[in-house]
Design a protein around this ligand. Structure first.
Ligand code: NDP
Ligand code: 8X3
Length: 256
């Protein structure tokens, strides 16, 4: 049975898609478990949302690359909120724009460990709780880079192709259980993503210059819609781009 309201765990909730999704689902009355590494930001968001909407919000510092940290976050969330029904495995990043023969280990490991291992670790820790709650929905946050690659984006794209493979496999593995599996695969969106990737504010801003890009709120709306559909409906994959981006890569964009 679908719980009203569901309890939703979001990784990467300190900015971008994760924060926007937390804000929208809070307004819908969901209780929330918010995780990321920047604890102060999470605390402020949690306080604001619990006061504004009268919901229960647990905030926990988590590094999704680390098994013990993820287990501690998920178990503490359940201890505080009583259950978990929905997981949004959103924490992720791109680090640099390097050709395959140039990429430093540090950037490669950051992307593969966060975007692939971190997602597995999050779902692996949360799934027993979702099963015991008896109803669930697991969201992956993939990317258009999981469908097409581009120069300098080989490892990031490999990680997001990995996310797509995980979503497909999990849907097969959970078939017959009351748990839906959805991958939201956005194109270019103005969040902190480009700043984290380039570590250069001006370069990050120039990426989106003249474009009406997606925002965190647009992706939050996709999550809300998938979640609120009747239980027998499963949106497998949603590729979402702004109108100004015609290709899966940055090769065909309109700047005005
Ligand atoms: P942001 O940089 O704004 O948000 C990323 C979030 O992930 C932050 O909350 C960050 O929190 C968290 N995070 C990163 N590493 C870790 C970690 N090791 N442990 C826990 N949390 C972590 O970018 P977006 O909102 O854009 O990115 C969210 C997801 O969307 C990512 O998976 C990204 O790949 C994907 N995406 C983004 C697109 C875009 O153009 N913006 C397009 C397609 C997909 P903190 O630093 O506090 O830990
Ligand atoms: C982010 C989309 O095109 O910047 O996942 O790699 S892109």
């Amino acid at each position: 049975m679908r719980p009203e309201p569901p309890i939703v765990l979001i990784t990467g909730a300190s900015s971008g898609f994760g924060e926007s999704t937390a804000r929208l689902l809070a307004a819908e009355g969901c209780h929330l478990a918010l995780g990321a590494r920047r604890k102060d930001r999470l605390k402020n968001i949690a306080l604001e949302l619990s006061e504004k909407f009268g919901i229960n919000v647990f905030d926990g510092e988590v590094d999704t690359r680390d098994t013990a940290s993820v287990r501690n976050f998920v178990d503490s969330a359940v201890a505080h909120l009583g259950a978990i029904h929905v997981v949004i495995a959103n924490a992720g990043l791109a680090s640099g724009l390097h050709k395959i023969w140039e990429i430093p280990d540090e950037d490669m490991e950051a992307m593969l460990r966060t975007n692939v291992e971190g997602v597995v670790k999050t779902i692996r820790a949360a799934l027993p709780h979702i099963r015991s709650a008896g109803w669930g929905h697991i969201f992956f946050v993939g990317s258009t880079a999981g469908h097409q690659t581009y120069e300098g984006g080989g490892v990031y794209s490999a990680s997001k192709h990995g996310v797509k493979a995980l979503a497909h496999a999990l849907r097969l593995e959970l078939c017959g259980e009351p748990i839906r599996v959805t991958s939201i695969d956005p194109g270019m969106a103005k969040t902190e993503f480009a700043l984290v990737r380039y570590k250069d504010q001006a370069r990050a801003e120039s990426l989106y210059e003249g474009m009406d890009t997606l925002t965190g709120a647009d992706i939050a709306e996709c999550v809300r819609w998938c979640l609120e559909l009747p239980d027998y409906v499963n949106i497998d994959e949603m590729i979402v781009k702004c109108r100004d981006q015609a290709s899966h890569t940055m090769s065909k964009v309109h700047r005005h």
